[in-house]
Ligand binder design. Structure first.
Ligand SMILES: Cc1cc2nc3c(=O)[nH]c(=O)nc-3n(C[C@H](O)[C@H](O)[C@H](O)COP(=O)(O)OP(=O)(O)OC[C@H]3O[C@@H](n4cnc5c(N)ncnc54)[C@H](O)[C@@H]3O)c2cc1C
Length: 359
């Protein structure tokens, strides 16, 4: 039986940064339990790695504060810990009048949130920033940056160990129970008794929470996000990051271009229902988890909307037909063609995987 004051379940960026802050600001004996032997195996190592500067969020919201302050602090952290981080900037492109009006809203939010921006009102102005992007207007935010998300997790893990946190890798928490002293954890490698518990289990956070009666009305619905990589010889098609103007009803959707910290250009993600929480390939299937999703009322509610059904069909098409994915990518950069890109596998989130594409 192992004993600690605090157990943090999940060694992704959330669990490890909680461990860092607890170790720095308290005398508590902290342990992180991670089921994988390799860190960054899930969301924290399978994302676009973008530091969003904060123009997307309503002023005074927590999201706005976390994005603005978080982006600045992440840049400092990367600098101090030699983590690759490049401040490329982002171009949010409007293709029609309705999108152009939404750019004004984004500009207002940027102003209120203290985010640097510039409004570009012509194709010629866009081309000065991104020679291959196409649109009638754009918002350019120079503070957006690309970070090496895996290196970030590894740096956090190194730091928390140095701060005295015990990091157990290969320890899957299978059962949580409340106990007189706090919580008892049954893991793949024995029992733990702890006073305090932090659930940072990502795609499995709901399962663990339900075991102690928390959030029983919520369930993770996993979505896979697939990416293509623009062939290196055509990487000039995107010098920075190129995003579509977000649809306020579905702000998380929209294939975009990200120049990563290593200079590679990835296009994506789409968003398709994953047939399992860690089903990263479109051939992966976990029947029990798929059944769980299909029988979840929240998921059925999502699909009851005609708009969502249309969106789901489009996103599915992008997963199985490269031509459809390329078509969506050409909306922002028309010179991208099927032979300019290849598949690049990435992640699954409570909404995500990567592939390669070019011209
Ligand atoms: C495709 C995609 C693109 C994204 N792009 C961006 C972006 O550009 N910018 C941005 O800011 N965010 C982005 N995100 C979001 C970001 O990646 C996540 O918010 C973040 O990584 C969540 O971290 P986490 O630690 O909560 O989860 P995870 O990284 O998933 O960590 C959870 C950990 O818990 C472990 N675990 C689970 N169950 C157990 C158990 N029972 N016992 C022990 N361990 C367990 C898992 O193995 C895992 O390592 C993106 C996400 C996706 C999917």
């Amino acid at each position: 039986m192992m004993r600690h004051d605090v157990a943090i379940v999940g060694g992704g960026c959330v669990g490890l940064s909680v461990a860092k802050h607890l170790a720095e600001s308290t005398d508590l004996d902290v342990a992180v339990l991670e089921k994988e032997h390799h860190l960054a195996s899930h969301q924290s190592g399978r994302n676009s790695g973008v530091l969003h500067p904060g123009f997307n969020y309503p002023p005074e919201s927590k999201k706005a504060r976390f994005a603005t302050e978080g982006t600045a602090r992440m840049k400092e952290y990367c600098d101090e810990h030699d983590i690759p981080c490049e401040e490329w900037g982002v171009l949010v492109v409007a293709k029609n009048d309705a999108e152009e009006r939404r750019l004004d809203d984004l500009a207002e939010q940027a102003e209120a949130n203290g985010v640097a921006y510039e409004l570009l009102d012509s194709q010629a102005a866009i081309r000065e920033h991104e020679p291959y992007a196409e649109g009638q207007a754009a918002l350019y935010a120079p503070e957006a940056a690309s970070v090496d998300a895996e290196q970030y997790v590894y740096a956090l893990a190194k730091e928390v160990r140095e701060l005295g946190v015990t990091l157990y890798t290969g320890y899957e928490v299978r059962q949580l129970r409340q106990s007189p002293a706090g919580y008892r954890l049954e893991t793949s490698n024995g029992q733990f008794d702890v006073s305090l518990l932090v659930n940072a289990a990502g795609l499995h956070a709901d399962t663990l929470a339900h075991q102690v009666g928390v959030g029983e009305e919520y369930q993770v619905v996993p979505f896979r996000g697939e990416y293509y990589e623009v062939r290196p010889e055509r990487a000039e098609l995107c010098e920075t990051m190129i995003y579509p103007t977000p649809d306020p009803e579905l702000p998380f959707l929209g294939v975009h271009y990200t120049r990563r910290a290593d200079g590679k250009v990835i296009v994506g993600p789409n968003a398709v229902l994953a047939f399992g929480r860690e089903a990263y390939a479109n051939t992966d299937l976990n029947p029990a988890e798929l059944f769980e999703t299909l029988s979840y009322e929240g998921f059925r509610k999502l699909l009851s909307s005609r708009k969502m059904l249309g969106v789901a069909w489009d996103e599915l098409n992008k997963s199985y037909r490269k031509s459809k994915f390329v078509e969506a990518s050409q909306r922002l950069v028309p010179d991208v063609a099927p032979r300019t890109s290849t598949r690049a596998t990435r992640g699954s989130a409570p909404n995500s995987s990567a592939r390669t594409a070019s011209s």
